[in-house]
Design a protein around this ligand. Structure first.
Ligand code: PLP
Length: 453
C-alpha cells in the first residue's frame, strides 16, 4: 500500500484499500475475495469514500474563490448511482449525450446544474436541453448556435450558453487526449469567436451568453499549461468587453488533472490544482480590471479514477520458456478496460488473495486479456507470486473503463459494485448473453431461429 500522506489522485489505490488479516485486499472495509465470490468476476469495484475525498479536495481548493461551481465530467464514469453521489457532494455535472443527460436528470440534477457538451450534438439532444429549461449548452460551432437560436424561438425560451473555444494550448499528454491545441476537433477557432458573440448578443431574447469554455486535455500532471491557459481566457474576456461592451459573467476551465496509475506518475494534487487555477483567475482578471467570473471546473478522471478497482480471475497460465515470457490470462481485458490498447496506458496489478507473496515464487508476468487481439495486454511484466485461480486486482480503473467498455467478442460487461463502510451494493448489473441476444433481430428471408424472451 502507498503512503497515506498522498492525497486521492496521487495514490494508486483507493483511500480505504488495506491488507486484512487473511492477507487479502480489502476495500471499503470489505474483503475483495468475498466480493468476487458474491458478485463474480470480472468485477468493477468503486470506493465511495475515495470519490468523496476527491470531491472535497476540489471544494477545499476552491474555498477562497467566492463564485465557484465545480462540476463532474460524467464521461469518465456515469450511472444513476454515480450521478446521485456527485449531486450529493454539491457538484454540477457535464454530459455529452442524450443518455448522460437523461441519467443526470433522472438522478435528480436540476437543469441549471447540467452542462451539455459535444462537438456534434444531435437534434434530439439539443431539443431536449432546450426543453429542460436551464441546461447550459456548451456551443461548439457557429451552425450549432444558429440551430439553438431556432430551437429557442420555437420553444419560446431563452437558453444559457457557453462557447467552447480552441485556446491554442498544447498539453504534454497522449495525442488522443489533447484537446486544446490549434488543430483540435473540439471548439470554435478564435478567429470566428467575434462572429458568434455578435450573433448571440443580437439574439439576446433567445440566448443568454454566459461565457467561454475550454478543456485543454486529459491526464495532465502539472500546472504550467493551465496558467498560460487562464491568461489566454482572461485576454479574451478583456477583448470581448472592449469590442462588445459586454462582460461575460461565467468562465469554465474544463478538467484534465491526471491521476497516478503507477507509482511513477506524480500528478499535482486535486486541491493544489483547483486552488492554483482559481488563484490565477483572480490575479489574471484583476490585472485586466475585469470582475471575477463564476468559475466552473469539470474534473472527471481525478474524481473517479482512483476509486475504481477491477477484479479478475486468472485462468490458464502460460509460460513460454524459449521466449522467456510468462502470461497470466485473466477473464476480462480490453472490453472492460480499453485504455491499454488505445493509449498504451500503464496500470498497477496485485494478487488480491495473496497480497504479500512468497518471494521465491515471484516472477515477471504479463497480464493478458481473454479477447481475440494480441494487443489485449492489461499490464506488462509485473513481478507477482501468482498462479491459476488467483484473483488479480488492477488499480485506478474508475475512469474511462466502464464508460469506454464494449461488448467485443460478444461478451457482457462486468457488474459494478459500490462499497462503503463494510457494505457493497450493485450499481451496474452484469450484462448477460441474454441481454446481448435481446438486441438481435432476424430478417424475414433468413431461416427462423428461436430468439430469447
Ligand atoms: C469538455 C471536457 N470537460 C472535462 C473533461 C474531463 O477530463 P478529465 O477526465 O481528464 O478530468 C473532458 C474530457 O475529455 C472534456 O472533454
Amino acid at each position: 500500500m502507498q503512503s497515506k500522506s498522498l492525497t486521492v489522485n496521487q495514490r494508486v489505490e483507493p483511500v480505504t484499500a488495506e491488507v486484512n488479516e487473511k492477507n487479502h485486499l480489502s476495500i471499503g472495509a470489505i474483503d475483495v475475495v468475498d466480493l468476487a465470490a458474491k458478485f463474480g468476476t470480472p468485477l468493477w469495484i468503486i470506493c465511495e469514500e475515495t470519490v468523496r475525498q476527491a470531491a472535497h479536495a476540489v471544494l477545499d481548493g476552491l474555498k477562497d474563490y467566492p463564485l465557484a461551481t465545480p462540476s463532474y465530467a460524467g464521461k469518465a464514469f456515469l450511472c444513476l448511482a454515480m450521478a446521485a453521489l456527485v449531486k450529493d457532494l454539491g457538484f454540477g455535472i457535464d454530459v455529452v449525450s442524450e443518455g448522460e443527460l437523461l441519467t443526470a436528470l433522472q438522478a435528480g440534477f436540476a437543469p441549471e446544474k447540467i452542462f451539455l457538451h459535444g462537438n456534434n450534438k444531435s437534434a434530439v439532444e439539443l431539443k431536449l436541453a432546450v426543453e429542460k429549461s436551464g441546461v447550459k449548452i456548451v456551443v461548439d460551432s457557429l451552425s450549432e448556435l444558429e440551430d439553438i437560436i431556432a430551437l429557442a424561438k420555437e420553444a419560446g425560451s431563452r437558453v444559457p450558453v457557453m462557447f467552447r473555444i480552441i485556446p491554442g494550448i498544447e498539453l504534454d499528454t497522449h495525442e488522443h487526449i489533447k484537446t486544446g491545441h490549434d488543430t483540435s476537433k473540439f471548439g470554435i477557432p478564435l478567429e470566428e469567436l467575434s462572429q458568434l458573440v455578435r450573433l448571440a448578443l443580437a439574439n439576446n431574447e433567445q440566448i443568454e451568453l454566459l461565457g467561454l469554455h475550454a478543456h485543454i486535455g486529459s491526464q495532465a500532471m502539472d500546472m504550467a499549461p493551465y496558467l498560460q491557459f487562464v491568461d489566454v481566457m482572461a485576454d479574451l474576456y478583456a477583448s470581448i468587453q472592449q469590442k462588445f461592451d459586454y462582460i461575460l459573467p461565467d468562465l469554465d476551465l474544463g478538467g484534465g488533472l491526471g491521476i497516478a496509475y503507477t507509482s511513477e506518475d506524480q500528478p499535482l494534487s486535486l486541491r493544489d490544482w483547483s486552488r492554483a487555477l482559481s488563484e490565477r483567475v483572480k490575479s489574471a482578471f484583476a490585472a485586466r480590471s475585469l470582475p471575477l467570473p463564476v468559475l466552473s471546473l469539470e474534473p472527471g478522471r481525478s474524481i473517479i479514477g482512483t476509486a475504481g478497482v477491477t477484479i479478475y480471475q486468472v485462468g490458464h497460465v502460460k509460460e513460454l520458456q524459449s521466449a522467456a515470457k510468462n502470461y497470466l490470462p485473466i477473464d476480462g481485458g480490453m472490453a472492460d478496460n480499453p485504455r491499454p490498447i488505445t493509449y498504451q496506458a500503464k496500470y498497477t496489478a496485485v494478487v488480491a488473495n495473496r497480497m504479500v507473496g512468497e518471494p521465491s515464487r515471484e516472477k515477471a508476468w504479463t497480464i493478458v486479456g481473454r479477447y481475440c487481439e494480441s494487443g489485449d495486454i492489461i499490464v506488462e511484466e509485473v513481478v507477482l507470486d501468482a498462479k491459476r485461480g488467483d484473483l488479480i486486482a488492477v488499480y485506478a480503473t474508475g475512469a474511462y473503463n466502464y464508460s469506454m467498455s464494449s461488448n467485443y467478442n460478444r461478451t457482457g460487461r462486468p457488474a459494478c459494485v459500490l462499497v462503503k463502510d463494510g457494505q457493497a451494493e450493485v450499481i451496474l448489473a452484469r450484462e448477460t448473453c441474454t441481454d446481448l441476444l435481446k438486441q438481435d433481430r432476424m430478417p424475414s428471408w433468413l431461416a427462423p431461429v428461436i430468439l430469447p424472451g
